[in-house]
Design a protein around this ligand. Sequence first.
Ligand code: NAP
Ligand code: MG
Length: 454
Amino acid sequence: MVTHDVVSPVDETVIASVPSATQDAVDDAIERASRAHGAWAAVAPGDRARLLRRAAEAVDSAREELAALEVRNSGHTIANARWEAGNVRDVLAYYAGAPERHSGRQIPVPGGVDFTFYEPLGVVGVIVPWNFPMPIASWGFAPALAAGNCVVLKPAELTPLTAVRIAELCHDAGIPQDVFQVVTGAGSTVGWRFVTHEKVRKVCFTGSTAVGKQIMAGCAEQVKRVTLELGGKSANIVFSDADLERAAASAPTSIFDNAGQDCCARSRLLVERSVYERFMSLLEPAVRAFKVKDPSAEDAQMGPLISAEQRRVVSGYVTGSAKVAFRGSAPEGPGYWFPPTVLAPVSPDDRVAREEIFGPVLSVIPFEDEADAVRIANDTVYGLSGSIWTNDVSRALRVARGVESGTLSVNSHSSVRYWTPFGGFKQSGLGRELGPDALSGFSEVKNVFIATER
Ligand code: NAP
Ligand code: MG
């Protein structure tokens, strides 16, 4: 069997070896899922709900184990990794409430009765990136299973360990093996087979915009359903009337959390020019105080980047003409460390202001007034997330409506709550995940008319 090594980004040691599935192995998994589907779709709603609740409990019992695994495999801070495992539990528990509530409508028509049903799609392929291996897996598999689909899930080659363990926990909780399978291996083999195999009826993809475009084009061949959660270049907009102390204290977390490897990272900080100098003087100590250290330490705020390759890519943005205003610190020695870095002032046309760096690099852009802020915020192909700092409620609403982005937050940096919808405008994606309507992305609407006239 061909395998690939899993390396810890914390110390560059090999921590596991996992199978690299061949196309035959992927086809086998898809066939098994397809055969299992009829029985799974026929499980009574209350029983499917009970299985998902049990899976949530199993994940909760293993929370520390999963968190420790993610610290090692992904270099996430222990505090974040605990939250991530808890998020999987919560997503499972939330969608455990769905099978019994996934009801269609009765629509008035003449001459009979008209109903709609939500039918499961069949087999769903979920493709997960390396930056949030646990939550992003669950955002796909939990609502898909709740809607009566079978799931074949491919974790990123760099970070497969928690997904493999979560599937075991789900099986222990009673979800049948063939109903939820994790297949490890390369994107070009395993992930792409989800696109080309006729029995996979939907691909739920999270990853880069470049690969997302290929997936969408590939899915067109079979008119396959597709959800895309892609990149971002989100703006954190600070107006002069805002609570500048709070805005400055929280700005580092909004970009440096998870070492900036977050599709919702506020990688562009837009500051009203009249308070620019003052804001930068508040930001600098907050950045220098950001704790970049061994992610298993309880007080760590940031760990290493995921790989040597990612560090090479990120470093490429902080060379030559980049105006480094100030930086935090990072450990020396083994591990893919990179210090929090603030570039300022940056022009909206600079490469660092336009491309998703996916690392701990913040570009600060001054703006003149509200219209200028909205124009700069929207001057990107992306539209995933964003923050607005102001104490003027009318301005907050005007700007929130004006920014072309799927998830906005006023006087905070929250992006993802499992019970609210999440997804992107423009090239940040297609469709929405999470929230009360997630099951509609994993169902077909069927309309049935029954004549009542003799
Ligand atoms: P990526 O290269 O696009 O990979 C994402 C996943 O797709 C991995 O599992 C990868 O497998 C697989 N893959 C790669 N090529 C494929 C292909 N030809 N066919 C099918 N699957 C393929 O992205 P990444 O570098 O892992 O993740 C970073 C990106 O994800 C960033 O751009 C970030 O913004 C985005 N992201 C978006 C969200 C969101 O919700 N909007 C969330 C997280 C991340 P292997 O790597 O194992 O080969
Ligand atoms: Mg990649």
